[in-house]
Write a protein of this length. Structure first.
Length: 252
């Protein structure tokens, strides 16, 4: 993440001396190899590699990682765009973002109800479609235009994210085995948070390449998010076919 932020700052910016980032990547790779080697030998490791023999769990984690980077990046960029891109104050930006949070809360409840009637696969697919429509609305709603596209995009994003992640989180519960429950859940959320942070760093790099720091940077980052979500949607659909991730029921 530090390397991505450094690259986004350009050759004259950033906090790292020039030429240091390749060494950081090497240290990161060495740390990863060391961590895996130690956890293979310890009788009670922090992370038992045996949990990754659960293919259904791996499928759920893969889907979550692919989509978490986009959802976190949206939450990061929306307040910045509202304030720097559209010139809104902190309070106004916060009020507008309540549209996103309200639809996300309502969508989580509705997703569970709809999944019982339509099936979880269809609800997840509907959520993917809503997210793509929401990103499209944000891309088409230029700063000088009306706020309808912005509000509509936020509503669609909130409903879409909640639908997708409700199904994925339910699938996690179905994939958990007796015994290492805590390790499975902890690994799931740790990896997803790392993916979200990497998404923010990557979109920050994309935005920094724009000619203007405010609106055009946001549009560049949002376009990158749309492409990432498309890739994530396609990959998650393929993964779901190879390793079914849906759970028997969402009634609980």
């Amino acid at each position: 993440m530090t390397v991505l932020m450094q690259l986004g700052a350009g050759p004259s910016g950033g906090a790292l001396p020039p030429g240091l980032w390749p060494w950081l990547l090497g240290v990161a790779a060495l740390c990863a190899v060391t961590f895996v080697a130690l956890n293979r030998r310890l009788p009670r490791p922090i992370l038992s590699l045996a949990i990754f023999d659960n293919r259904r769990f791996l499928a759920v984690v893969a889907v979550r990682v692919l989509l978490q980077a986009v959802s976190y990046s949206c939450l990061f960029w929306l307040p910045i765009f509202l304030q720097l891109g559209l010139g809104l104050g902190v309070v106004d930006a916060g009020l507008i973002l309540t549209v996103f949070t309200a639809t996300a809360a309502a969508g989580s409840f509705a997703a569970g109800v709809l999944a019982e009637r339509m099936g979880q696969d269809r609800v997840a697919l509907l959520g993917h479609a809503l997210v793509l429509l929401g990103v499209a609305a944000l891309l088409l709603g230029r700063p000088e235009g009306s706020s309808c596209g912005l509000l509509g995009g936020l509503a669609l994003l909130g409903a879409g994210f909640s639908a997708v992640f409700t199904v994925v989180n339910a699938a996690l519960l179905a994939a958990i085995e007796r015994g290492p429950e805590g390790m499975l859940v902890g690994s799931y959320y740790t990896v997803s948070y790392i993916a979200g942070s990497l998404g923010i760093a990557a979109t920050s790099f994309v935005a920094a390449q724009a000619s203007e720091a405010d609106a055009s940077g946001y549009l560049a980052a949002t376009t990158a998010l749309a492409g990432c979500w498309l890739v994530g949607t396609a990959a998650s659909l393929i993964i779901s076919r190879v390793f079914p991730i849906t759970s028997p029921s969402l009634a609980a």
